[in-house]
Design a protein around this ligand. Structure first.
Ligand code: ADQ
Length: 472
């Protein structure tokens, strides 16, 4: 079996369970092949301490049979590549938020510089038959930079966030460079068929790509395989967590605390793509329209701090705080607060207990690549008395989880009606929906995702002869 080399913005130590499902899944293949994980260390070196743009050294650590290689970034590279281009341009545009993108600050140079730095440090560590798997929007030009250095390995890319329609993508200055860089990969994977179709539409129209059938394309004088590989969760890991004392304790405490009320739950990173203010407005509408829910329903909203150094994030924080405050002020009384808003990360082992104690989960992003919380909620339920998933049709997960109550989060009234339906859903219907949803989560779990993507990458031609890839 060829060695697997994973490249991502951040590197997780696969021996730590807190690393979550993705790290667990990748760790199996990394272990089996004596693989390597390469990425940013998370450290930023100030100019005064010698951090220079485009420069950095690779640090190597051994985690069992897996090699972890990390690079520190200079403060300037961190500002332009990570905060600027990745999170200030690509994240908003890929979530259809052109209004939030900062195109003019010249971040693209820093983005390119860091991708070149990664390529320079990674290339000498690669063996000819390695399978290289690059993750996410931070590293879209990496294959093109590796190819320019003469790397002929099979290189795959997986985009964890959505890909917008061609006309939105084309609003990015330099979009043609970005997509052309993407075409230096052998396999390009997306979360949903919708994202995949956006990519095909773009390369067909803008790059005159020719379809070879079965997801293969001839484009920029190379052959590329594109497809949808919806990411799943590690069902076994979550089931084991659910049985452990921390989850059981959490479940018992929540049940005690909310024995007289139905619990609704939302668990998200505090990000504008997650639709938190829209969700609060729908919940407020529910309380206005259905007075019988007063004192009977409590929404626990956990929103973990995220990218607080990007300004759009402090706006969403203030909007959410103000909405929660006004809902509690207008509807709450001495014995009941309709919303419990917690601006913190919940320890992963406690999540299944929280999910299991909840009658309804609100997963209502305005756009989301997949949304793993939706799947984690399903797997955490008691099949005999399961809760109901209210899911945005704009989450990648909606393509698979058809038996959830699908909503349009921009439609406040419609979402409130769906929440009402969820709170009242008879046991038989809850069971039937849950059974179908659970089967999907189990069938297409994270191991299936990992294996099916890697199998496509293994089949990619190792490497095409023809014109060498020129740095663009
Ligand atoms: P995220 O946007 O971070 O990830 P999501 O898939 O919802 O989104 O969550 C990832 C993990 O973080 C889940 O395991 C979840 O339990 C955990 N998490 C989220 N909020 C938390 C909180 N407040 N406390 C504790 N844990 C929390 C990106 C894309 C998604 C895509 C994933 C994976 O934006 O669309 O599903 O990658 O590909």
């Amino acid at each position: 079996m060829p060695r697997l080399v994973v490249v991502s913005n951040r590197v997780a130590d696969p021996r730590r369970t807190a690393a979550g499902g993705l790290a667990v899944a990748l760790s199996e293949v990394l272990h089996a092949t004596g693989g390597m994980w390469f990425g940013w260390s998370g450290k930023v070196i100030a100019a005064a301490d010698g951090g220079r743009p485009g420069e950095g050294k690779a640090h190597r650590h051994q985690a069992g049979p897996v090699k972890l290689v990390t690079v520190d970034l200079s403060a300037e590279d961190h500002r332009a590549y990570y905060l600027g281009y990745a999170n200030g341009v690509l994240w908003p545009v890929f979530h259809y938020r052109l209004d939030l993108a900062d195109f003019d600050a010249g971040y693209i140079e820093g983005y390119r510089r860091v991708n070149q730095l990664f390529a320079r440090l990674l290339a000498p560590l690669l063996r000819p038959d390695d399978l290289v798997w690059v993750h996410d929007y931070h590293l879209m030009p990496l294959a093109s930079e590796l190819r320019a250095l003469g790397c002929q390995q099979r290189i795959g890319f997986f985009l964890h966030i959505p890909l917008p329609p061609p006309m939105i993508l084309a609003a990015i200055p330099g979009h043609d460079w970005l997509v052309r860089s993407l075409c230096a990969f052998d396999v390009v994977g997306f979360q949903s068929e919708t994202d995949h179709q956006h990519f095909c539409g773009y390369i067909e129209r803008e790059a005159k790509a020719q379809s070879l059938g079965e997801g293969r394309w001839r484009v920029f004088n190379r052959t590329l395989h594109a497809g949808a590989w919806p990411i799943g969760i590690d069902v076994d890991e979550l089931e084991a967590l659910a049985k452990a004392p921390e989850a059981r304790d959490m479940h018992a405490r929540m049940q005690r605390e909310y024995s007289r009320r139905m619990l609704l739950v939302g668990v998200d990173r505090l990000d504008y793509s997650k639709g938190l203010p829209h969700r609060m407005r729908a919940f407020r509408h529910l309380l206005q329209r259905h007075p019988e829910t007063h004192r009977n329903a409590t929404l626990v909203q956990i929103a973990s701090p995220s990218r607080e150094d990007v300004s759009a994030y402090s706006d969403i924080l203030h909007e959410l705080e103000s909405l929660c405050g006004s809902i509690n002020g207008n509807f709450g009384d001495l014995e009941w607060m309709p919303v419990r808003y917690i601006h913190r990360t919940v320890a992963r082992p406690r999540l299944p207990g929280l999910f299991r104690a909840s009658r309804v989960a609100l997963v209502t992003p305005l756009r989301d690549g997949m949304n793993l919380v939706a799947k984690e909620f399903i797997v955490s339920q008691d099949p005999q008395d399961p809760g109901v998933l209210v899911l945005s049709r704009f989450a990648g997960a909606a393509e698979q989880l058809e038996q959830a109550l699908l909503v349009n989060p921009y439609d406040t009234e419609g979402t409130a009606d769906a929440i009402h339906l969820a709170l009242q859903m008879p046991l038989e219907e809850r069971r039937a929906r849950h059974e179908a949803l659970l089967a999907t989560c189990k069938r297409q779990d994270v191991h299936w995702w990992c294996e099916s993507f890697l199998s496509a990458l293994r089949q990619a031609q190792a490497h095409e002869s023809g014109t060498p890839w020129l740095r663009l």
